[in-house]
Design a protein around this ligand. Structure first.
Ligand code: UDP
Length: 372
């Protein structure tokens, strides 16, 4: 039997794996990319149904201030001028996000930045927060008690399944707080959605690599030798604890469940791509309406997706790493194992156990392909 030896076995055909494969192929190396799902592109996977590009694993909005990453990604798709400006619903009240003068003026019936600052100041002066130690203190010190109670507390507790007091402040620092009338959810220089969806990006990145779908790493390892397939090194983009057989313990993740509905008679369900539901009593965190990300003339009807946060028990899809102290400490121990392991390199949200946005994934994959 003729043996094929790849330079790289890449486990996971998501954004990290695909960028890495592209770079290695360009360096003249041979890559085999495997994925347990039936499609490429990982969580950025979009599928065109009834003329609408549906984000199968939740909203993905590309934004970056990294010029090199922006021009890199634009080689694989043309981006539109989408700007994310979510709305927040709290009972019968409707607010603009992120927290900005539109939010403040709706909340307190005020007009000027000075009035908004004064209002926030008056709400937090008695709390005496110096160095915010957790998400609750961080949120209160940034926007005061009203916004915390109505727009942050319930949403965050649903999203993470934990009290805001038990979550790291860094999670809320992802969001801008502005004293201008500006509803752009991101501060980055560049933002948009690839016209025609994200899957084409992964398709183009994977040109020149061999790809095997519906292929579990553990099964494949056992099968490969029999089929005469070998490799020199592995890039693993699944959970790092899974790679090491959970030998040091299990890392915690937060999972999600998506409920997608096609409304054939509805032209425009909610008038916006993203609407957050911030009260604790509603079990989903947001509804996205896919057609608003990438408007297409031919689309009849509309697709909406409700996003339900879900406990991760080891069988669900792991989406968000829980970046608290205990998990970070455990990850560091796995990292020590990995650093001593010349056969494998880790990448992606799961392999690096980090809450990465897409641009940071591309940057990390480019760097990783240079360094290895
Ligand atoms: N957040 C909130 N209310 C909102 C939106 C966000 O309290 O309406 C908080 C929440 O703690 C969330 C964090 O901000 O986990 C980060 O939100 P982001 O939209 O960046 O989350 P992602 O889209 O990555 O899930």
């Amino acid at each position: 039997m003729k043996e094929t030896v790849y330079d790289w076995l890449i486990v996971g055909a998501g954004l990290f794996g695909a960028v890495f494969a592209h770079e290695k192929t360009a360096q003249g190396q041979k890559c085999l990319v495997i994925d347990k799902r039936s499609h490429i592109a990982g969580n950025i996977y979009t599928e065109k149904v009834n003329g609408i590009n549906v984000h199968k694993y939740g909203a993905h909005i590309f934004h970056t201030s990294d010029k090199e990453v922006w021009s890199y990604v634009n080689r694989f798709a043309e981006f539109n001028n989408f700007v994310n400006s979510p709305m927040a619903v709290y009972h019968d009240e409707l607010y603009n996000l992120p927290f900005n003068m539109n939010t403040f003026s709706r909340m307190w019936n005020i007009k000027t930045p000075a009035e908004a600052r004064e209002k926030i100041e008056s709400q937090i002066k008695d709390l005496n927060i110096k160095e915010p130690k957790n998400l609750e203190e961080q949120a209160l010190s940034l926007v005061g008690t009203d916004i915390y109670e109505k727009l942050i507390k319930g949403y965050t507790q649903k999203q993470w399944g934990r009290e805001c007091k038990d979550l790291p402040a860094s999670i809320i620092r992802r969001l801008p707080v502005r004293f201008t009338y500006n509803n752009n959810y991101f501060n980055d220089h560049f933002q948009g959605i690839p016209m025609g969806g994200y899957t084409q990006i992964a398709e183009k990145l994977l040109e020149g690599s061999d790809v095997k779908l519906n292929c579990e790493f553990a099964d494949f390892k056992a099968q490969a030798a029999k089929e005469g397939i070998g490799w020199k090194r592995i890039l693993f983009t699944g959970p790092i604890d899974e790679y090491y057989g959970y030998s040091l313990g299990r890392l915690e993740y937060r999972s999600l469940r998506f409920e997608t509905e096609y409304l054939p008679e509805e032209e425009n369900y909610q008038g916006n791509a993203v609407v957050n539901y911030t009260e604790a009593e509603i079990p989903y965190t947001r509804i996205i309406e896919h057609k608003h990300f990438d408007p297409a003339d031919e689309a009849k009807g509309t697709y909406i997706t409700r996003e339900y946060p879900l406990k991760y028990t080891g069988v669900e899809e792991p989406y968000y790493p829980m970046g608290d102290a205990g998990n970070t400490e455990l990850y560091d121990k796995y990292r020590e194992l990995a650093d001593k392991d010349p056969e494998v390199v880790f990448g992606g949200r799961l392999g690096l156990y980090k809450y990465f946005d897409m641009d940071k994934i591309i940057r990390a994959a480019l760097d990783c392909a240079k360094e290895n």
